[in-house]
Write a protein that binds this ligand. Sequence first.
Ligand code: FCB
Length: 447
Amino acid sequence: MTIRPSFLWGASTSAFQIEGAAHLDGRADSIWDVFLRAPGRTKTNDTAETACDHYHRYAGDVVLMQELGLNAYRFSISWPRVLPQGRGAANEAGLAFYDRLIDALLAAEIEPWLCLYHWDLPQALEALGGWQNRDIAGWFADYTALVARRYGDRVKRFATFNEPCVFTLFGYGLGWHAPGVADKTALHKAIHHVNLSHGRAVDVLRKDVAGASIGAIHNRQPCYPCTSKPADAAAALRLAAYWNDAFPFPQAFASYPPELAEAVAPFVAPGDMAQIARPVDWFGLNHYSPHYVRADTNLIGASFGPAPDTVPRSAIGWPVVPGAFRDTLLDIHQRFQLPIYVLENGTAAADVLGNDSQIHDVDRIAYLKAYTAAMEQAVKEGADVRGYFVWSLLDNFEWGAGYSQRFGIVYVDHTTQRRIPKASARWYADMIAAHRTSDGSYNRAED
Ligand code: FCB
């Protein structure tokens, strides 16, 4: 057995993508609600007003998780649901929703993994500059304290940020995601203020939650040049600095990667780097595919190019390269020397609801098989991987792609909200069952 019996097999979701109830019980706008009001943000102008209606259907969704045999579940808190203005008065109705969810998870013996920030900044804070305003480190620390004190008696696993590289680059650099800003200075300010907020949140969690197990969630993958041209090779290095290193490096080593140091320097105050590099307990990895990169005239001088024709691709064109997952796990292990939790991995597939009311998602099963085998290979080679969370439990609101991309192992009919576990859900349940301890129970992870 290379996979430890105490291994966590989970699924991940995020608040904005599944909860719905966007303006119920006191929740205020996030930057994504506002962003989506402009036409053309998704192909069919989708919104997340209802999403998977998880706000009302969470109990049934926990039953689904239990039926699959999950022993961990990662969700995020919607900041504007619990603090509608981002700071100041808390919203009791919003806080109570997560009480209900956490209690249901614990009753089902599913360990809750709470992520503080999965991209849905309160619009009220964006109006004050959002991640470009240095004061946000204090606002984020206060929000963290509210969450820690409310749930820290029952939740021990805390992630500060989900994929800071994506929401800063796409939200403040390239303008593709909320809040839709495309500006180099904005991007560099946002990068530094998110790092600072991470460090402040780690301090708060350590102080307020006894036995907290803390990390951040990074999207990380090899960045290969599209061609052998030197300009593409240089572009790949630049993208890798923004994508792979802009957050893990300062958080682990108290310095920015050389490619970014000069650009970020004007925003770094004395003491910041030590505040950012607070020790954490694990490295959270989200991984889907490698990037193929080419030189561009955009503000980072690099863009996402096509994979070579020989590389297999998923239904939405993402390269399928399990070896890159193995390489990434080993690279993280060597560089950061931390236990690793894979907190997102999965694929969108061309899911069709058959006449038999089933979804035979063989391509998703093939992907998951190949990627979990690559993970097992990395474990054999020494990577300290302690958990695997599939993205995602449910077909959900996939940001700029709206409802057009289905990443769930459970199919969601977005008109009726009916849930149908796909063939991949049964495959995942079987694999989890095969890794149960000999007495049939689950052990918690050892750390
Ligand atoms: C990741 C995000 C997640 C989802 C998947 C497909 O970048 O963290 O919310 O969109 O990609």
